[in-house]
Design a protein around this ligand. Structure first.
Ligand SMILES: COc1cc(O)cc(Nc2ccc(C(=O)Nc3ccccc3)c(OCCC[NH3+])c2)c1
Length: 336
């Protein structure tokens, strides 16, 4: 097991659970609380021109606080590496859950899709676009709550959500026509298209546009034509059609999506989100931390509030807060 000095005494690294282009994700334990976390490890030399994306993602994640967006607890930077300490999603990928069941019922699809819509509506409201929404980037926690991950392509256009982006990014299978054509596009509109692909995958168990040849895949996406299996209800068909509109101007907006009849069916309310940006002061958690480090709770809170929200103290606070929110007793072992 490769040892990273920067994590010594703070995190115990365990098995690798994910390998991406320039990053690998390992399971780990936050020593002070015993809580499981995921650590995304990136070697700076391997990052190359993607280095700025790490900073963009960290800046985005520091302000995002939503129950269906995977939480960033801490960032550790050394001369050679970045380490992102992230919320642990032990339910694995939504994709595997769909494959395991072949496809999901309309009711189960609606439960998950409402959570995705809430997370994306929150993201867009704060001026961000995810731009890489796909089943592999949708995980589940142990309570089967959905968590959006990997904001490495997330963008916050300088001129706000009405200003256009140009970078072509994300996976072609889930990419909107305007993105693969290289046209200027709105981040919010490409996210709606990708969510349409996600909803189709939930309800059907396979993808609307798929082909081994990239050229044929592009033709299918640009045609906007896809099969509608017999089991799809007419309401599901209408919703998917409104999201998989090749003309972005005709595509349903995130606000309309939150109130769509298919989304609200069986629920009392449209999809909403709580815009909780800063984490709130919790006396019990501060008292627990104070009991261990000996500092006064006001001093701990003041240092937390002044910090850049990505240090070990912040991770400890947030992990204890998460345990409390999950109704678990929380304790701290003195750091080894
Ligand atoms: C903000 O959340 C992010 C940002 C980011 O850049 C990358 C990730 N990647 C993650 C985060 C957590 C897990 C995880 O907890 N996986 C897991 C844990 C236990 C059992 C099974 C899976 C993660 O998993 C790797 C992908 C799973 N195939 C990736 C989050």
């Amino acid at each position: 097991m490769v040892r990273y000095g920067a994590l010594k005494g703070l995190y115990d690294l365990e098995k690798t659970i994910g390998c991406g282009g320039f990053a690998k994700v390992k399971l780990a334990t936050h020593i002070a609380t015993g809580e499981k976390v995921a650590v995304k490890i990136m070697e700076k030399t391997a990052l190359g021109e993607d280095l700025p994306r790490v900073k963009l993602e960290v800046e985005a994640l520091k302000t995002l606080s939503h129950q269906h967006i995977c939480r960033l607890y801490e960032v550790i930077e050394t001369e050679t590496h970045y380490f992102m300490v992230i919320e642990y999603c032990s339910g694995g990928e939504l994709f595997d859950h769909i494959v395991e069941k072949n496809r999901l019922s309309e009711t189960e699809s609606r439960k998950f899709f409402r959570q995705i819509v809430s997370a994306v509506a929150y993201l867009h409201d704060l001026g961000y676009a995810h731009r890489d929404l796909k089943p592999e980037n949708v995980l589940l926690d142990k309570e089967q709550n959905l968590k959006l991950i990997d904001f490495g392509l997330c963008a916050k256009p300088k001129g706000g959500m009405q200003s256009h982006l140009f970078t072509s990014c994300g996976s072609p299978t889930y990419a909107a026509p305007e993105l693969i054509l290289g046209n200027k596009y709105l981040g919010s509109e490409v996210d709606i298209w990708s969510m349409g692909v996600l909803l189709y995958a939930l309800l059907c168990g396979f993808l609307p546009f798929d082909d081994n040849s990239i050229e044929n895949l592009y033709k299918k996406i640009l045609s906007g034509k896809y099969d509608e299996p017999s089991w799809l209800s007419s309401s599901s068909r209408r919703l998917i059609r409104s999201m998989l509109q090749t003309d972005p101007n005709k595509r349903i907006t995130i606000e309309e999506l939150c109130n769509h009849p298919w989304i609200t069916a069986g629920f009392l309310n449209p999809v909403t989100f709580v815009k909780k940006i800063n984490f709130e002061r919790d006396t019990e958690v501060l008292n627990t931390m104070s009991a261990i480090c000996g500092e006064h709770t006001d001093d701990i809170w003041e240092r937390l509030a002044k910090s850049d929200r990505t240090d070990y103290r912040t991770a400890t606070y947030l992990l204890l807060l998460d345990r409390k929110i999950r109704g678990l007793p929380f304790k701290i072992t003195s750091a080894a």
